[in-house]
Design a protein around this ligand. Structure first.
Ligand SMILES: *Cc1c(COP(=O)(O)O)cnc(C)c1O
Length: 521
């Protein structure tokens, strides 16, 4: 019976138990197909010193081939393995010295297509379910490419790209029910957005002089749940407050911060003369996607005089889906909110966002006058306030364009239905796991994350880790793992808009097949 199941897998790359080492190794570096136009080898004239093409029509042809190549790749994802390990000859080919003489754009593009494209993370693939990675989208691809063409610096000054970023910030503030004056920035990701939130909270609590005098002697404490992302303690560390000043409050059965334990911890700190200054709620925990009771946390933070920051890295964008929106009740009361466009928002990496209810407090935490950055009332140096006054970066790319392309091309409703569908698929996966006696579900499904495992008779953690590596190396699917109540779990986070019911079936069939094979020993 088990064998029948294995052969039923519709996957050419799930090979029988022959080890990859004994099989004849396929040539890991496909040969140059000769399809690329080598006449575009020359870019710029070294004697002249500029970097523009000497032959624009030839470069244009190569540029079109580059775009066609990546679109072909995206259009045929289902025929490809989710992931394949970068073979040693490819690694060696990528380890070369800095070229002194240029190789030309045609040769570089050719190397991209042969050495890099086949061996990427795999998160564009519909069966990538590891960690919480977004799938990207083609409108965002164009936005990213065109932003590179404009090469705008969004640190400040008066130009349309800054208006686009402000528009994106305004849209998101409205989506979350924050006031129209809300400020914010697009940043690399939620790790940095959370750090910015902590730094603003620090200056709000200790006053702007903390930037000069440092934090010595301040007895400040922050609170978040034990299920919070590791970048929250890291933000405390980087802000100089130390991870000891962060209280990790236990969670309830649903993975949400335990309110009674939180109030106890605050009371204990107050009794010890320590000042509670920051409460970080999570909308979508990394392990299981739980959403803290934000509607209860907001008034508690206000009552205690604490800054209320929400880490909504992936979960906050549930706001695009009308059915899921009520789960976020209370988010509109956040003093600051961090989230990613590059996860559920499907914007190509990287694109995170920090929203700040009162932008004057962000300015107080970051603005630094410098003579050469003088803001003027008119001319290119106008356009105040400048983004560099609200965060740590001075030079900033036009990250907002790929977000703007994505939001305008698809609209909130379409993105919301893609997000809602991943949650439906997670419910379907949970139901299938619950129906299979050989499988065991390890956590409730709040949003789009399902944690489960094969019931191995012994040595379960080791077998589970190996099974997940088997799945990944076979190119079938790429879930990741996490630990739930001391047990290693297969963690499937359905984030990609391309994932369908058939992909869930392939994942479960493969887990059963590989689990049986391992259980037989
Ligand atoms: C992913 C994630 C982060 C970190 O975001 P990056 O964009 O990877 O920096 C923080 N918090 C939560 C809850 C996350 O899921």
């Amino acid at each position: 019976m088990p064998d029948q199941h294995e052969t039923a897998l519709p996957l050419p790359w799930l090979r029988p138990e022959t080890s990859a080492d004994s099989a004849p190794a396929p040539d890991p570096i496909p040969h140059d197909s000769g399809a690329l136009d080598r006449s575009a080898l020359d870019l710029g004239d070294p004697d002249r010193g500029d970097l523009d093409p000497t032959d624009w029509p030839a470069f244009r042809a190569t540029a079109h081939q580059a775009l066609d190549g990546i679109l072909d790749h995206l259009a045929t994802l289902r025929d490809q393995p989710v992931w394949q390990k970068t073979p040693e000859p490819v690694r060696a080919a990528l380890r070369t010295g800095l070229p002194d003489e240029g190789e030309g754009i045609g040769a570089v593009l050719d190397q991209f297509q042969r050495l890099i494209q086949p061996y990427a993370t795999g998160n564009t693939h519909p069966r990538f379910m590891g960690w919480v990675h977004g799938g990207g989208n083609v409108a965002g691809l164009l936005g990213e490419m065109l932003a590179a063409g404009l090469n705008a610096n969004l640190g400040g000054r008066d130009h349309a790209p800054i208006l686009v970023e402000r528009q994106v910030i305004g849209w998101m503030a409205a989506l979350f029910g924050l006031p129209a004056e809300t400020g914010g920035l697009l940043v690399t990701g939620t790790s940095i957005a959370n750090l910015i939130g902590v730094l603003i909270a620090r200056a709000a609590a200790a006053g702007p002089e903390v930037r000069r005098a440092g934090v010595e002697g301040l007895r400040l404490a922050a609170y978040t749940s034990a299920a919070a992302h590791g970048c929250i303690p890291r933000a405390m560390d980087m802000a100089g407050l130390g991870t000891d000043a962060l209280r990790l409050i236990p969670t309830d059965k649903l993975g949400r911060i335990d309110l009674a334990a939180l109030e106890d911890a605050i009371a204990q700190d107050r009794a010890a003369g320590i000042r509670p200054f920051l409460l970080v709620g999570t909308a979508g925990t990394v392990d299981i996607g739980a959403i803290d009771d934000l509607a209860a946390l907001a008034p508690l933070a206000r009552r205690e005089g604490m800054w209320f920051h929400v880490d909504g890295a992936f979960g906050a964008l549930a706001a695009f889906a009308p059915k899921l929106r009520p789960l976020l009740a209370g988010i509109e009361a956040a003093d600051s909110l961090a989230f990613d466009f590059h996860k559920w928002g499907q914007v190509p990496y990287d694109a995170g966002c920090i929203l700040v209810r009162d932008p004057a407090l962000a300015e107080q935490a970051f603005a630094a006058p410098a003579a050469y950055l003088r803001h003027e009332a008119r001319g290119l140096a106008g356009g105040a306030p400048w983004p560099c006054d609200f965060g740590p970066d001075l030079s900033r790319g036009f990250r907002a364009l790929k977000v703007w392309f994505t939001l305008k091309t698809y609209g909130a409703a379409h993105l919301g239905s893609a997000i809602a569908r991943t949650c439906t698929l997670a419910q379907d996966l949970a139901a299938r796991v619950d129906a299979e006696p050989e499988l065991e579900r390890l956590a409730p499904v709040a949003l789009n994350i399902v944690c489960f495992r094969y019931r191995f008779p012994a040595d379960s953690d080791r077998h589970t880790a190996e099974l997940v590596a088997d799945l990944q190396e076979a190119g079938i699917a790429a879930p990741s793992t996490t630990t739930i109540d001391g047990k290693l779990a297969i963690r499937a986070a359905i984030v990609n808009h391309r994932t369908r019911a058939e992909d869930i079936a392939i994942l479960v069939d493969a887990v059963l097949a590989l689990g049986r094979r391992r259980a037989r020993g």
